[in-house]
Design a protein. Structure first.
Length: 98
């Protein structure tokens, strides 16, 4: 059993975001499945299918942490997240100027 400081040193950005999205997605898909309408049940199935790539990203993240270390993987993941945020902001500015 690992100690608490060692476990927190292996946390990465994609692991935290993936775990949160899995929890939120499972909650919303369960609530959609338990509703009365068929459209909500179908939306719940789409949410569950959308979680499959998240699981693959978490698995790839854990493999990269095992192979390269959490510090290097976290650095790359913050670069990726920063690039996506920058592209989102640039796209928003572009849409506002049109």
């Amino acid at each position: 059993m690992e100690t608490a400081p060692k476990m927190t040193s292996k946390l990465t950005l994609f692991l935290i975001l993936g775990t949160l999205s899995l929890l939120v997605g499972l909650f919303f898909s369960y609530t959609a499945f338990t509703s009365v309408s068929a459209a909500d049940g179908l939306a719940g199935m789409y949410i569950l299918l959308g979680l499959i790539p998240v699981v693959f990203i978490i698995i790839a993240d854990r493999i990269c942490v095992w192979k390269f270390g959490a510090r290097k993987v976290n650095k790359v993941q913050f670069y990726i997240a920063g690039t996506f945020i920058l592209l989102f902001i640039l796209n928003w500015v572009r849409l506002q100027t049109q």
